[in-house]
Write a protein of this length. Structure first.
Lengths: 396, 396
C-alpha cells in the first residue's frame, strides 16, 4: 500500500505585490509523493503563515503542526483521504491556519490518488462523466466606469457570455459611483451584442453587516439585470444576508469564499438565504470539504459555483467537485491572471468555440505545474527556532 | 495623542512539550508601546504560526500582515481600539490566523489604554465595580479513575467549591471508563465533604457530531449532578448540540472556546442550545470581541464564563470582560499551570478565604509579566524570506 513519503510547500510570488484585490499575485503550491507518483495542490492562503502551520512545534495535543498528520499515512482510496482529513482537523483543532494548509494538501492528495489509480478525480468522486461548464469571466472593476465599460466589451469580445465584476472602489465611494460602475459593465456587454449575457457583481464584504447601505444598490442591480450580488457582507452575517435576500427580488445573493470548513458553508446555505454558494477548494478544506458543501447545496436547492481566482490547477480542482452535475452550470473563470498564475501550469482549461470549459480526461487533476516556468517565482524561506531549521524551501 | 510605536511578539515554551491537552505548555506574549507605557497580552494560539501572520509579506489587499494595521495608530480611547480591531479584520480578511494574532494584540491594547488612562480595564468597559467570581478549578482527567479521584480531593482540600475535569482519555475508550471517571471525580469531592460542590465535565470535542455516543453519557452525568458538559462536539455542530441539549435535562451544555470571532460565538448562543458560552479572549478577537459575546449572552439569557487555561495575565483579561455582572458568577481558574504559565506573572489572582477571585484594582490588567523569570523560556525565532529577516525575536 502506497504511503505518503514527502510533503512540501512552495511559496511563489510576483516580484511586486500590489495593494489590489487580485489574489493571484502569490501562490502556495503543495507537493505530495507516494508510490512513485506526485500530486499537486494549491492553498489559497497567506503562504508564509501557512508554511508555519505545517512545521511549527507542537503546542499541545490539539495544536500540532499539520505535517505530522499527513506524512507516513497510507493512500490507497478516497477513504484514506477522508481519514487524513479528519486526522489533521483533530490534531490541529486549535491551530486556526490549519484549515488553509489542509486545503492545498487535500487537493494534492486527490491529484495523487488519481494518478495512482489512473482516473480523473471526478471519477474517484463518483461521477460517471464531466459535463462542460459555462464560465463566467471574473474581473476586478476598472478604476473608473469608463475602464469597466472597456473591460466588459473586451470580455464579451473574447467570447464570454457571463462576466463578474468586483472589488476595486465598489462600495467604498458613493452610491452614484456604484451605480455608474454597474451600468457601465452592463453597457459594455450590450454594446458587444451580448444583451443576454449574465452579469454578476462582487462587493467583497464591503458593507460589513450594514443592510441599509447595501439595499440602496438593489435598484441599479435589478435595472441592470444582475444575476447575483456576491459578498455584500462578511461571511458570518447570516441575519444581514437574510434581510437583504428578502428585499432583493430577482437579484440573488452569493457568498461563501470566506468559509474555511464545510460547516461554515453549510450554515450559510441553511441560514443566509443564498441563491449561490461559492467555496474555494484552496480554503474550505480541499476537494473533500468542497464536495460536502456541494452535496448540501444540492439537497437544499442552492446553486453551487466554484470560487477560483488563481491558477488553472486550482480551477481544475474546483471543477472536479461538481463536474457531474450539469444543473450546476456556471463556473468562475479567473480572467486576469498574473504571469505567475498563468505560467503555473503549461496547459490551461481553455474556453471552447461554444463558450464552454471542459475538464481534461486525464488522471488526477489533469494539469501539471510547469516547473521550469515557475522556478523564477520561488521564494527562499527559512524558519528557524532555537537554531533548528524547521523549514527551508526545498528543491522544486 | 499617543501613537502605537512598537508591537512585539515573544514565543515562550517549556523545555519539553508533552502530547497532552495542557495548553499552558507554551505562550505567545504580546507587547505594545505608546506614550511611554507598555501593554501586555497573550494569544492562545500556535506561536510560530501567529508570528508569521504578524510579519508575512502582503498577498493582496485583503491579505496583509497584521502588524500593518496596528503600528502607528492613535490610541486614546476605547473607540481607537475598536477602529484598530476593525482595520485588522478588513486588511487581513483572507489571513485565517489573523484572528488569533488580533486577540493578543487587542488584550495588550486594553492593558495599554488602562495604563495611559490610569484605570482598570473593566472601568474602561463601562463597569462601575468588579464583583468577585467563584472560580472553578480546571483540571485534566487523571490517567485512571483513581488518579482523578485524588485530583478531586486535592482540589477540594485547596478550598475550591467547583471543579472541572476534561480531556485525557475521556470519550476515547469505552462507556464504562467514562462513567468511572465521572463517578471518581464526584466521589473525590464528596469525600472531602464537598457534597454541594459544582462538578463540570469537558469532552474536548471528542464526539465530533455523534449525538448517540454523547447521549450514552447523560445518565452518569445526571447521576453525578454534573452542572455542564462542555464541548461534546466541534464548534460548528449546532444541530448536534441542540439535539443533545433537548435530552440532557439538568445537565447544561457549554462550549465556544473554538470561536475565533464574536460571530461564531453569537451563532452558538443563537442556534446550539447552550446553557453556558465560554470564549477565550486569546482566541476570539481579544477583550473587544469577548465583550460583544458577553452582551449577546446577557441579552439571550445564557451564562457567560471565561475560557482560560494559561497564565494569570490571560485570566485577568478574561475576567475584565464580565467583571461588573455578578449574575455571571462562575469563572474558569486554571488549576495545573506549567512553570512557564505560573511564572509568567509575579502576582496571581489568588483565591481568597471565601473561595472567591478578585480582579486587582490597578490600571490596565493589573498584572505585569515577570520578565526576569520568563527570560529562560524565550524561543529564538528567525523568519527569513529572500534573505530579508522578517522576524527575529526581539529583546524582552
Amino acid at each position: 500500500m502506497p504511503k505518503i513519503e514527502a510533503l512540501n510547500f512552495f511559496y511563489l510570488a510576483m516580484p511586486e505585490i500590489l495593494d489590489v484585490g487580485d489574489g493571484s499575485q502569490d501562490a502556495l503550491l503543495v507537493r505530495v509523493s507516494a508510490g512513485g507518483y506526485t500530486g499537486w495542490g494549491e492553498c489559497e492562503a497567506s503562504p508564509l503563515t501557512t508554511i508555519a502551520s505545517l512545521v511549527c512545534p507542537m503546542s499541545h495535543s490539539a495544536c500540532k503542526p499539520v505535517a505530522v498528520s499527513v506524512l507516513g499515512e497510507t493512500l490507497d482510496s478516497p477513504a484514506d483521504i477522508a481519514r487524513i482529513h479528519r486526522k489533521v482537523r483533530q490534531n490541529s483543532l486549535d491551530l486556526l491556519q490549519a484549515d488553509h494548509a489542509l486545503s492545498g494538501i487535500d487537493v494534492a492528495l486527490w491529484d495523487l490518488l488519481g494518478k495512482l489509480r489512473q482516473e480523473p478525480v471526478y471519477k474517484l468522486l463518483g461521477f460517471k462523466r464531466a459535463y462542460p461548464k459555462r464560465p463566467y469571466f471574473s474581473l476586478l472593476f476598472g478604476a473608473t466606469p469608463a475602464d469597466t465599460y472597456q473591460k466588459a466589451r473586451q470580455a464579451a469580445r473574447q467570447g464570454f457570455s457571463a462576466v463578474k465584476f468586483g472589488w476595486g472602489t465598489f462600495g467604498c465611494l458613493d452610491l452614484k459611483h456604484d451605480e455608474d460602475q454597474v451600468a457601465a459593465a452592463r453597457a459594455g456587454l450590450e454594446d458587444e451584442a451580448k444583451k443576454e449575457a449574465i452579469l454578476c457583481i462582487d462587493a467583497g464584504t464591503v458593507w460589513g453587516e450594514d443592510v441599509a447601505v447595501a439595499s440602496q444598490r438593489l435598484d441599479i442591480l435589478r435595472k441592470c439585470a444582475v444575476t447575483w450580488l456576491e459578498e455584500p457582507f462578511h461571511t458570518y452575517a447570516h441575519r444581514a444576508y437574510c434581510q437583504l435576500a428578502r428585499a432583493s427580488g430577482s437579484v440573488k445573493l452569493a457568498g461563501g469564499e470566506g468559509a474555511h470548513n464545510e460547516y461554515m458553508a453549510q450554515q450559510m446555505i441553511d441560514y443566509a438565504g443564498l441563491g449561490y454558494i461559492q467555496v474555494d477548494c484552496g480554503r474550505v478544506g480541499g476537494i473533500t470539504s468542497a464536495r460536502r458543501v456541494f452535496e448540501h447545496a444540492q439537497a437544499k436547492g442552492v446553486q453551487y459555483v466554484n470560487h477560483t481566482f488563481t491558477s488553472h490547477l486550482a480551477l481544475s480542482a474546483s471543477l472536479q467537485v461538481f463536474a457531474g452535475a450539469p444543473e450546476h452550470a456556471l463556473c468562475e473563470y479567473p480572467g486576469q491572471l498574473t504571469p505567475l498564475a498563468d505560467q503555473l501550469t503549461a496547459d490551461h482549461l481553455e474556453v471552447d468555440a461554444n463558450g464552454a470549459v471542459h475538464l481534461p480526461e486525464r488522471p488526477g487533476l489533469g494539469l501539471e505545474p510547469d516547473l521550469t516556468a515557475i522556478k523564477k517565482y520561488v521564494m527562499d524561506v527559512e524558519m528557524i527556532v532555537n537554531k533548528r531549521m524547521l523549514y527551508r524551501t526545498p528543491a522544486l
